[in-house]
Design a protein around this ligand. Structure first.
Ligand SMILES: [Fe+2]
Length: 406
């Protein structure tokens, strides 16, 4: 019943939206800048109308009625992103002009010049943002370094480095050149442990070969581990764990491994992704099984794709949890600024410490990842890898609270 109502509301909204776009197309035609030669306003109107049909295409393709074409996802993003930015620029200029007219009544800006100011501001804002996006697309990945203090950490483990890589989405919008740059940067960091927190591939089984070829030789001195993300399950179904292992990817599926460094022991626990639940055959997160081998006195490092799982039992059981999945929304800024991921995730990007005093020194790190999903752009959320150094507080001094970095 609810579903039927939802479907009715959805299609009614889509029809209303298309009618609204027809109305906007009329405005575009009637208010096209006078410097455009005659066929262009008509072409603009037609292109606008075609672009407004993209949501309809996406809905039909997701339901399997039409073939999925990735290029149309890009057009969808480009159109709505551009329209949104242009509109924001336009509104901004109109607000400033209204203020100007209010303050300087003898030199009011009105008529055609008001429209032109709106178009120019919108266009300029759009160009600037595209320039920034292009710059972030072409530059090498950022390396973020964090030093974390753990009150109970064995001095033998102090100084251990973990390289956290996430959401590579090999194959989607990553050229091989860009992937090699990522692998080279990662290799140059010579980390003790290299870990991947899911979504190594995007949508095709062949991408596992590219992953193996480029990242197979990237190994931590003490080990390399990975957990699966939703994209591995979406692509490979319940075969995902075995298929990835057969490609040389060291998957931890609800299991753990021990890493010995001098007298200290790190227990690396890999918790499977909820996307696996739909596939059956023992896939999906199983916390009890994941932690069954953990022993007293071990430093517990948990790998899990989705940070939402930290809120449950992981927060209590893990000293440090590493995850990804959010991409930081790909657009926006880190806290205290806003990003798209904050709409959906409490733990969107960066480092979080458990609030309860009893869990002081229990951390979650959410990587914004190295790849792209859906849209081939990052704006303010450059591809990143994180090098985390574990530190024991110096003997005799009080334990520092948390990390040395924000
Ligand atoms: Fe992802």
């Amino acid at each position: 019943m609810i579903r039927q109502r939802f479907v009715r509301v959805f299609w009614s909204s889509l029809i209303l939206y298309e009618l609204f776009c027809l109305f906007l197309a009329g405005i575009i035609r009637d208010h096209s800048p006078s410097y455009l030669p005659p066929p262009l306003p008509g072409i603009l109107e037609g292109a606008f109308l075609l672009a407004t049909l993209l949501p309809l295409y996406l809905v039909l393709s997701f339901r399997g009625f039409l073939p999925r074409r990735r290029i149309l996802n890009v057009l969808f993003f480009l159109f709505y992103f551009s329209a949104g930015v242009f509109f924001v620029g336009f509104l901004l200029s109109q607000t400033l002009i209204a203020l100007h007219n209010l303050l300087f009544s003898d030199s009011k800006i009105t008529g055609a010049s008001r429209w032109t100011a709106g178009e120019s501001t919108g266009g300029l804002l759009l160009l600037t943002l595209f320039g920034i996006a292009l710059f972030e697309r072409l530059r090498p990945p950022r390396v973020i370094r964090k030093t974390l203090f753990f009150p109970g950490l064995s001095p033998d483990l102090s100084g251990t480095t973990l390289l956290h890589l996430s959401d590579l989405h090999v194959g989607a919008w990553q050229g091989k050149g860009s992937l090699r740059r990522i692998a080279e940067t990662a290799r140059g960091l010579s980390a003790d442990l290299v870990v991947y927190t899911g979504d190594m591939i995007d949508y095709r089984p062949e991408e596992t070969r590219i992953f193996e070829k480029i990242f197979g030789s990237l190994q931590g001195r003490l080990g390399t581990f990975a957990v699966l993300g939703n994209h591995e399950y979406w692509t490979l179904g319940k075969r995902a764990p075995d298929f990835m292992k057969s490609r040389g990817v060291p998957i931890l599926k609800n299991e753990s491994r021990i890493i010995q460094r001098r007298g200290g022991r790190i227990r690396v626990v890999g918790v499977d992704d909820p996307a696996g639940e739909d596939e059956g055959s023992g896939c999906g997160p199983d916390i009890a099984r994941s932690f069954q081998d953990v022993e007293e006195g071990e430093f517990v490092l948990v790998l899990v794709h989705q940070p939402t799982l930290w809120e449950g039992e992981l927060k209590d059981r893990a000293d440090l949890t590493l995850s990804g999945h959010t991409h930081g929304g790909q657009i926006g800024g880190r806290r205290p600024f806003w990003n798209l991921a904050r709409i959906f995730f409490r733990y969107d990007a960066g480092l979080f410490e458990a609030e309860s005093p009893a869990l002081h020194g229990h951390f979650l790190h959410v990587s914004t990842g190295l790849g792209y999903y859906g849209i081939p752009v990052r704006l303010g959320m450059a591809p990143e890898m994180t090098l985390i150094t574990l530190c024991a507080p110096a003997s005799g001094s009080p334990a520092p609270a948390g990390s040395s970095l924000p």
